[in-house]
Design a protein around this ligand. Structure first.
Ligand code: HEC
Ligand code: HEC
Ligand code: HEC
Ligand code: HEC
Ligand code: HEC
Ligand code: HEC
Ligand code: HEC
Ligand code: HEC
Length: 670
């Protein structure tokens, strides 16, 4: 939490106490003159809606209204529905589905959960380009995403047709991938990223959902956070009672990272340099990452601009998700890839290339790259050696390989790597040259590059051998991974992943790496270091890991707690993995060979998905009321001292049995 908001929070509670008998609702109502006096501090933190933001920010609103963020989810209406519902038919392994309209509504007749044909009303659209999906509502509050989707590309590109998302395998009604089953359940699997401030509200006792959102699609506050205090601040600026001084303007996060930044082209290299070092926490990238990352949510208390690990388990560079060199394999989106790039390390942010409101590139084609790389050097035959190619190659053709997901959706790898056909020859990783030159070998492409650019390969990402060794069980693995984990020039996303991979190879020779990783400034590395210690004996584990129970990052605290909780017996860790997200029974067991798209929920996520139940905390918790996040403010120092006390208390109460573990788990949640 930025210092300012934290102070605001304190002022709010202080005001609440002072106000005594005065109705809090009234005071906070914003219309009261008092609220004006007290300024933003008196406004409760709430979502104000994009329509409210629109009143004062017409320029951003205009761009956003045209964006795909605006259309990420919508009610099914004549304007939002793109698919053909005029008695269109679609055949799939003997099931004939029918799309039609009745009394202005949209319907589909298709196989239901029992495999029999039935008619369902389409309630919502989901996405827009290059495909649109449709959501069906069930009486228990579930929404399910139909697997027959509309290909919204132009006809000339093969679009304007119904298609099935699993075209080559028959998905029957009893399959976990069937549209009526958990994997296609909107409440759990989809909602968080396509709407603003989703609350799943699952009622386990009755197996029902009462899922809610602040706004149906990705609105202003999906990125900027709750805006009520900002609106109160803005109104106070117009008020008679005087202006409220507030550097953060009542916002939860300021995306000012690009302000005052100048990218100066160095004429020697042809590349730009940032005029000052970027901050450690890259607020914008972490914010986009909430939805543009492969990750699992363990807390709905997300605050924009904080480390994603505070509320989400970010998938590392792991087998099945990425290739050994870090290229995307499964649907991993942009965050994990971009964090591996030299550009991220140099201070580039998503917003340098994408205007965030329109969600469109800031300049068409290569223009977006030539902001920082000179045309003389790079848009030149001396660089690409493809003057004969028609159509001409784009920078992205060689530096952002494309992969297709959801049958028709082409995505670009955001690790911005240099092509390495030499690694393809050695390790079988793909390369962009042979994506086009399919009839040639990787050796052919590698020798062309050598001819053009000399024998030494450039590029930041040099961990392919290490991950390849790890995933093929090669005897070099520990040594190679150790080198990656120890090298500060390696992107921390890869270092963290190397540490996770090192767990089976932990030894006295490399335990120092884990120890060093535990105090790394990047929480993902601290989590990787904790992973690496997974097989350490109980006696060794406690002194190493217990300090992280009061880490500033919630994801780190939870991983530390899970690790300590896993120590006593093997069966205990297994049982805690099964408990948590009751809306997805058997989650961790089902991740068998046929793991469904997005169904991957790691043991870590599972452990951490436990519902927070503060009321069951043991009475020796002296910090019952201090749920504030820890950092360096006086309040949070007091808080962390209290946390240390509680930890000691946990040990005192029940040093050996489960009571202590529960106690630790609960303190990690705060
Ligand atoms: C009553 C008018 C008003 C409303 C409503 C309003 N804003 Fe603002 N906003 C302002 C003013 C005034 C500024 C300051 C402009 C400046 O400093 O140049 C501002 C600045 C901003 C900034 C830039 C802050 C910075 O870092 O300097 C953002 C982001 C922003 N508003 C987002 C929002 C969002 C999101 C909403 C809806 C929740 C919203 N605004 C609603 C008036 C408003
Ligand atoms: C709350 C979740 C969420 C957040 C936060 C978010 N996005 Fe998105 N983004 C989406 C979804 C969902 C889509 C697909 C929407 C659709 O197809 O209608 C999308 C699509 C996009 C697209 C593709 C648009 C196109 O025309 O192909 C870009 C680019 C993009 N987002 C960039 C960003 C950037 C940059 C940020 C951070 C500043 C960001 N997004 C933050 C959910 C989010
Ligand atoms: C981790 C966040 C996240 C989750 C969870 C998620 N989506 Fe998306 N979805 C996105 C983003 C981001 C895009 C845009 C991707 C891009 O262009 O790179 C997208 C794109 C889409 C699109 C294609 C439209 C487009 O513009 O590309 C459809 C359809 C879609 N999602 C449906 C679903 C369904 C159905 C689920 C649940 C089974 C789901 N999504 C779960 C983030 C998410
Ligand atoms: C996908 C995430 C995202 C969404 C959605 C979004 N914003 Fe922003 N907004 C940003 C980012 C990132 C910046 C910083 C832009 C930059 O670095 O140039 C920003 C900047 C701003 C600014 C400051 C502009 C300036 O020139 O200083 C305002 C005002 C603003 N947004 C208002 C809005 C409003 C109003 C909406 C909804 C209509 C909205 N934003 C939706 C991410 C978003
Ligand atoms: C805001 C500035 C900026 C923009 C825009 C930009 N780059 Fe970069 N890029 C950099 C910087 C800085 C570096 C690091 C240069 C160095 O110090 O070696 C870099 C490095 C690279 C590298 C070398 C990677 C490596 O591992 O050695 C590639 C490839 C690259 N950029 C491609 C692109 C492409 C393709 C685009 C357009 C899609 C682009 N860049 C847009 C700033 C930018
Ligand atoms: C035909 C493929 C191809 C195209 C098109 C291409 N590049 Fe490259 N680029 C390469 C290769 C290959 C290398 C690595 C050279 C090496 O290993 O020595 C490279 C390296 C780079 C580097 C790192 C150079 C360094 O000195 O560290 C940057 C930056 C870069 N390219 C930017 C661009 C930009 C910007 C464009 C578009 C204007 C572009 N490239 C177009 C193939 C291409
Ligand atoms: C150096 C420039 C650059 C940066 C930085 C960058 N992107 Fe992109 N992004 C691109 C380009 C180029 C495309 C391809 C767009 C196209 O062809 O229409 C793209 C495409 C996308 C798409 C559409 C789906 C796809 O993969 O083609 C999404 C979503 C997206 N970017 C999100 C992000 C997010 C989130 C970040 C930050 C984590 C980010 N981008 C950082 C240049 C960039
Ligand atoms: C977007 C597709 C595309 C990508 C990516 C691509 N090329 Fe090409 N390449 C072409 C086309 C088109 C030509 C010209 C027509 C031809 O000769 O096939 C060509 C020509 C060549 C030639 C000369 C023709 C020959 O057969 O001797 C070589 C060598 C070559 N490419 C190597 C590479 C290497 C190395 C890379 C990766 C760094 C690469 N290409 C990436 C499309 C591509």
């Amino acid at each position: 939490m930025p210092a300012k908001t934290r102070i605001v929070a304190v002022v709010v509670s202080a005001t609440a106490v002072l106000a005594g008998g005065v109705s809090w609702q009234w005071l906070a109502g914003g219309n009261a003159p008092w609220a004006r006096f007290l300024g933003t501090a008196a406004a409760p933190l709430a979502f104000a809606s994009s329509d409210t933001c629109a009143q004062c920010h017409p320029a951003e609103t205009k761009l956003w209204r045209m964006s795909q963020h605006k259309q990420a989810m919508d009610h099914a209406t004549d304007t939002s529905v793109l698919g053909d519902f005029n008695e269109a038919g679609f055949d799939y392994y003997g099931v004939h589905s029918r799309f039609f309209r009745k009394e202005g509504k949209f319907f589909v007749e298709t196989d239901g959960s029992d495999g029999k044909l039935a008619t369902f009303e389409v309630k919502y659209t989901f996405g827009v380009d290059p495909l649109q999906q449709y959501l069906i509502e069930f009486p228990d509050g579930r929404l399910q995403a139909l697997s027959i989707a509309w290909d919204s590309r132009p006809k000339a590109q093969g679009g304007q047709r119904w298609f099935h998302l699993y075209p080559n395998e028959e998905i029957k009604h009893d399959d976990v991938l069937h549209w009526t089953k958990l994997n296609q359940n909107w409440n759990f699997m989809c909602a968080e990223c396509h709407s603003t401030s989703v609350r799943k509200n699952y009622d386990a006792a009755n197996d029902r959902f009462a899922t809610s959102f602040a706004e149906i699609s990705v609105g202003c506050e999906a990125c900027h956070g709750q805006g009520s205090r900002h609106v109160a601040w803005a109104r106070s600026q117009q008020s008679w009672f005087g202006k409220t001084e507030e550097p953060a303007k009542g916002l939860l996060v300021r995306f000012d990272e690009r302000r005052d930044v100048v990218w100066r082209i160095d004429s020697k290299t042809g590349n730009a340099q940032r005029n000052f070092t970027p901050a450690l926490v890259r607020r914008e990238v972490e914010t986009c990452g909430r939805c543009h990352a492969r990750r699992g949510e363990f807390s709905e208390d997300w605050v924009p601009g904080r480390w994603l690990s505070d509320t989400h388990v970010v998938s590392p560079l792991a087998r099945g998700l990425y290739h050994a060199d870090g290229q995307m394999l499964d649907e991993v989106y942009n965050y994990g890839s971009f964090k591996q790039s030299k550009m991220f390390a140099a201070g580039v942010t998503c917003g340098d290339c994408h205007e965030p409101h329109a969600a469109k590139l800031r300049a068409p084609g290569d223009g977006v790259c030539l902001q920082c790389h000179t045309a003389d050097k790079y848009a030149a035959a001396t660089h690409h050696h493809h003057e004969a190619a028609s159509p001409p190659l784009a920078c992205a053709s060689c530096h952002m390989p494309e992969r297709t997901y959801m049958v028709v959706d082409r995505r670009h790898d955001h690790s911005f790597r240099v092509p390495r056909p030499d690694l393809s020859a050695k390790l079988g990783t793909p390369n962009t040259c042979n994506d086009c030159h399919r009839d040639k070998t990787a050796e052919w492409a590698a020798s062309a590059i050598e001819r053009w650019h000399g024998p030494n390969r450039k590029g930041l990402q040099n961990y392919a051998e290490a991950f390849h060794a790890a995933w093929t069980g090669h005897s070099d693995a520990a040594a190679l991974l150790g080198k990656i984990a120890a090298d500060p020039s390696v992107p921390s996303f890869a270092r963290a992943s190397a540490m996770t991979e090192l767990a089976p190879w932990l030894s006295p020779a490399n335990i120092g790496l884990a120890q060093a990783g535990l105090s790394d400034p990047d929480p993902m590395v601290r989590i990787g270091a904790l992973d690496m210690l997974a097989n350490v004996s109980a006696a060794q584990l406690w002194p190493l890991v217990s300090p992280l129970l009061s880490d500033s990052n919630r994801g780190v605290r939870i991983r530390a707690a899970a690790l300590l909780a896993a120590v006593p017996t093997a069966s205990q860790s297994a049982s805690s993995a099964r408990r948590p997200n009751s809306s997805r029974p058997n989650v961790s067991m089902r991740i068998g060979r046929r793991r469904a798209r997005r169904s991957e929920i790691s043991m870590r996520a599972a452990v951490s998905l436990r519902k927070r139940r503060p009321s069951t905390r043991p009475h020796c918790g002296s910090v019952r009321n201090s749920r504030r996040r820890r950092s360096t403010s006086p309040i949070s120092i007091a808080n962390s001292a209290a946390m240390a006390r509680e930890k000691a208390c946990c040990v005192r109460r029940s040093p050996h049995h489960r009571g202590m573990l529960g106690c630790i788990m609960r303190s990690a949640w705060r």
